[in-house]
Design a protein around this ligand. Structure first.
Ligand code: AVI
Length: 318
């Protein structure tokens, strides 16, 4: 990206952050979209979270992909063109691609080109000679696939239980849009975290080392830096709570006291104990996940899990 284009993109991003923050912080209850958790520091903290002893999803999904690699490859068959939605550091993409029979191509899709470079080179190392065709696009929206894929059977790959960060209706919309992007006859390999005891879930989202707390509070630091806000970081604390009715973990920032903050020239008031809801991480029961996929036009063809039943990896057919 040229310097001018990068500055334009940064200005647009900042305007969108301010608009979301003003809307979310004037709502009742207050809320902020979780996508804003991922500035450079947020992305770094999230990587650290994935290695925490309490945060089982990454480790468990990786174990399923490793131990079930042969079964997954057999179910997918030869020649697949794999389209990964938001590849992160590419570790899971590399793992999947290494096990597949004769894949046709790997297509990592992300709005942030810097993420794509890392993922692309990781997969290139895992599978030398494989065409790697990165696409810069917002993967939550429709986008065009590279023409070079030709008629190769398409496999979407959406690991990490990122599907859980969507509201269920948004998850259906995403899965159905992905279906449209991948085309008729496509399949999708999807990672989804499963419902389990509240204590295990709450520990995973409120670790003893305080990394998840730092990840959540970093959102206020970002608003101070990019949205002209003046939040006092020590005046808020992190809370992770299991919402049993909605079967989701919620992350909140709790105001320790009655206070006011300014953001983009506007005043925002907080009562003592009032919260900003910053993220939901929905957990699924297998039947609910199958129904959600079904509502988006997919049929569950196979599901792999770990012996403790913590996490699930699904093969969906279009
Ligand atoms: C990215 N996403 C799947 C993570 C999750 O588990 O919902 C984000 C996260 N938030 C706190 N810890 C991890």
């Amino acid at each position: 990206m040229s310097g001018a284009l990068a500055r334009d993109a940064a200005a647009q991003q900042r305007a969108a952050l301010i608009a979301d923050a003003l809307a979310g912080l004037s709502a009742h209850p207050k809320t902020l979209p979780c996508k804003w958790l991922y500035d450079a520091e947020g992305a770094r903290l999230f990587e650290e979270i994935t290695r925490l002893p309490e945060y089982y999803p990454t480790r468990t999904e990786t174990k399923i992909l490793t131990e079930q690699a042969a079964a997954i490859a057999a179910a997918i068959g030869p020649g697949a063109a794999v389209v990964e939605f938001g590849p992160g550091d590419g570790a899971k993409g590399a793992l999947l691609m290494a096990g597949l029979q004769d894949p046709a191509a790997y297509v990592p899709v992300d709005i942030a080109p810097e993420w794509l470079e890392g993922a692309a080179s990781r997969v290139a190392v895992a599978r030398p000679g494989l065409p790697v065709l990165p696409v810069v696009a917002d993967f939550t929206q429709g986008f065009a696939l590279p023409k070079r894929l030709g008629a190769a059977p398409r496999l979407g790959f959406f690991p990490g239980s990122t599907i859980g960060n969507f509201e269920p209706a948004e998850a259906v919309a995403f899965l159905s849009r992905a279906h449209g992007t991948l085309g008729r006859g496509a399949r999708m390999l999807l990672g989804a975290d499963l419902v389990k005891e509240a204590a295990v879930l709450e520990a995973a989202y409120d670790d003893a080392a305080g990394v998840t707390a730092a990840f959540n509070l970093n959102l206020l630091r970002r608003l101070n830096r990019e949205a002209g806000a003046d939040f006092a970081l020590t005046a808020f604390r992190h809370r992770a709570v299991w919402n049993d009715r909605l079967e989701r973990i919620e992350m909140h920032l709790v105001s320790r006291q009655a206070q006011r903050a300014r953001l983009a020239g506007r005043e925002i008031r907080f009562a003592e104990g009032e919260t900003i809801h910053t993220e939901s991480s929905h957990k699924y029961r297998p039947d609910r996940l199958a129904a959600l996929a079904g509502a988006a036009g997919w049929r569950a063809a196979a599901m792999w899990t770990d012996p403790a039943g913590l996490f699930s990896v699904w093969l969906l057919e279009g």
